[in-house]
Design a protein around this ligand. Structure first.
Ligand code: ATP
Ligand code: MG
Length: 247
């Protein structure tokens, strides 16, 4: 007796192929962008939240991972009216680099808002990341302390060869000498400096108080345009990494 007809076998193959593609889509690793600098108040959360929204507007499924025990990104999500445009979860354990692949399954990109000190948790953020973005402000204190952030990523690169790190200048004050000098000063570290910078603008702080991104506050304001430029540049770097992404 023939149990399988030719037609039923073809049907089985097609169904299995669909299931395989579906599973692959849902379980493939998301790109991970870690926003990390052990210095407090440099703009990690500001960059993480706004970049997450910029990436969401590009049609990507974004998960914002709050890895800071202070829970700023979670507080930001809690004060807003209604759901944020992207998912926000708290994961502030030093096992983050092992846990993230499961948590971020089904997302295209995970953006991690890192903690403000060098710790096992910060190391875990770096190890979890494909790209580490180090926000720095144009101040001598930030430039001096950038070495520690750079050392942390270099340490991570020993374990993860493909790890890419970049500086992102935040709170730049236009037409000031320190705004120009910072590029030269950071150049000493031999790490790529993103061309797109976020300037000192009150809308970054104001929008955060109501749990909004600057893109929601006013999608055409200069801050929103800065965030969109940062998003494009970040995506350009991710596209250069040898990992599949739906862009
Ligand atoms: N470009 C900017 N213009 C104006 N204000 C800004 C800008 N970036 C950040 N801020 C403000 O600076 C403060 C610190 O920023 P933020 O919380 O993002 O830094 P952080 O690095 O995450 O701090 P922490 O280390 O405590 O986590 C916040 O009040 C934020 O609104
Ligand atoms: Mg923060």
């Amino acid at each position: 007796m023939r149990v399988f007809t030719r037609r039923s076998m073809v049907f089985c193959v097609i169904v299995n192929a669909y299931l395989w593609v579906y599973r692959y889509k849902e379980t493939r690793m998301a790109f991970v962008i870690g926003i990390q600098n052990q210095k407090g108040g440099v703009g990690k959360t500001t960059v993480a939240i706004n970049l997450s929204h910029g990436l969401t507007l590009k049609g990507l499924r974004v998960l914002l991972v709050d890895a800071d025990p202070q829970g700023s990104a979670r507080d930001w999500a809690a004060v807003r009216k209604g759901e944020p445009p992207f998912a926000v979860i708290g994961l502030d354990r030093p096992t983050l680099h092992r846990d993230l692949s499961t948590v971020a399954a089904g997302y295209d990109i995970a953006v991690i808002d890192g903690p403000p000190r060098v710790s096992e948790l910060a190391r875990s953020v770096v190890l979890a990341s494909d790209l580490v973005v180090i926000p720095v402000q144009p101040s001598p204190y930030d430039i001096w302390s950038a070495k520690e952030a750079v050392d942390l990523t270099k340490e991570g690169a020993i374990f993860k060869e493909a790890l890419v790190s970049v500086f992102a200048i935040n709170r730049k004050i236009v037409n000031t000498a320190i705004g120009r000098d910072i590029v030269e000063a950071l150049g000493e570290f031999g790490i790529h400096i993103l061309e797109s910078t976020l300037c000192q603008r009150v809308v970054y702080a104001e929008s955060a108080t109501t749990g909004k991104t600057v893109l929601e506050a006013n999608p055409k304001c200069p801050a929103a345009l800065e965030v969109l430029a940062l998003t494009e540049e970040t995506l350009g770097i991710l596209a250069g990494l040898n990992k599949e992404i739906r862009l």
